[in-house]
Design a protein around this ligand. Structure first.
Ligand code: BGC
Length: 267
């Protein structure tokens, strides 16, 4: 099974054709700049360009950095406000002429890690976080995703946690690894006091530099960097194409492996 996975981020829009059975990229990664401002029309144009580049006529899975339910965008904290209330799946389907499924970016990355990466076969509760422009979260319980958690917006130090501990804040304020790790630790301790997870996975571009900060973290829960690094979003986007659509039309969760044969989707 193959799908084109496209990861929409604050600075880049990245795409590749993905083998969704193995979670591997089948092509090089194409990286295009996110248009400024990132209006729905401008982003749709870049998406169409990406599809054309790969000469792709199959299904497309796409991430979005906000709450997405049933293809509809509900929040866009770090992107243009014009997205809120927009049916992104419809818009992208029109722009590309191919069926497009849209899911939250952190959920996509978390799902990819659950299937093929650091959370593979991990029992219990895994919290996968993306530390980027904002902070995204994916809750994975015994391999099954609980979609659209927004733990990056939990209040911390008087504002949403992502305003204190995101990687963009480290870069903007030129924080040392020590200072930033202290902030991330404070955030992780809050999360573990509330959720008591069995494992944290830290993703986002900065996971490539995990050796600089992961050893400095002081929470009690085990922390590992994302294994798929900057490919998690693309792989997770492609996986979304096979997601079960529940009775509310939400492209919510991956099917537990025991039920797979009853709900097999062919693409
Ligand atoms: C958004 C999340 C998103 C995260 C990472 C947050 O500001 O609310 O939906 O997953 O940023 O992009």
């Amino acid at each position: 099974m193959k799908a084109l996975g496209i990861d929409i981020g604050g600075t880049g829009i990245k795409g590749a054709v993905v083998d969704t059975k193995r979670g591997r990229l089948l092509t090089d990664r194409l990286r295009l700049l996110t248009p400024k401002p990132a209006t729905p029309d401008a982003v749709s144009t870049v998406l169409a360009e990406c599809v054309k580049h790969f000469d792709w006529d199959g299904p497309i899975g796409c991430t979005f950095p906000g709450v997405v339910k049933g293809g509809m965008v509900h929040t866009a904290a770090n992107l243009d406000d014009a997205w809120v209330g927009l049916h992104a799946a419809e818009l992208f389907t029109k722009a590309t002429g191919r069926p497009v499924t849209v899911v939250n970016d952190a959920d996509a990355a978390g799902e990819a890690e659950a299937r093929f990466g650091a959370a593979h076969g991990e029992p219990g509760l895994v919290i996968a976080l993306t530390l980027g422009t904002g902070i995204g979260s994916a809750l994975v319980v015994d391999g099954r995703l609980v979609p659209n958690t927004e733990l990056g917006h939990l209040p911390l130090r008087g504002d949403g946690a992502e305003k204190w501990a995101a990687n963009s804040v480290r870069e903007r304020d030129e924080l040392s690894w020590e200072d930033w790790a202290a902030r991330v630790s404070e955030y992780l301790v809050m999360l573990e006091d509330l959720f008591w997870p069995d494992l944290f996975i830290l993703g986002g571009g900065v996971s490539k530099k995990a050796e600089h900060f992961v050893p400095l973290l002081t929470c009690r829960t085990e922390v590992v960097p994302a294994e798929l690094l900057n490919q998690a979003g693309i792989v997770g986007a492609a996986l979304a194409v096979h997601r079960h659509v529940d009775k509310h039309g939400d492209e919510g969760q991956a099917l537990p492996s025991t039920k797979k044969k009853h709900h097999h989707h062919k693409h």
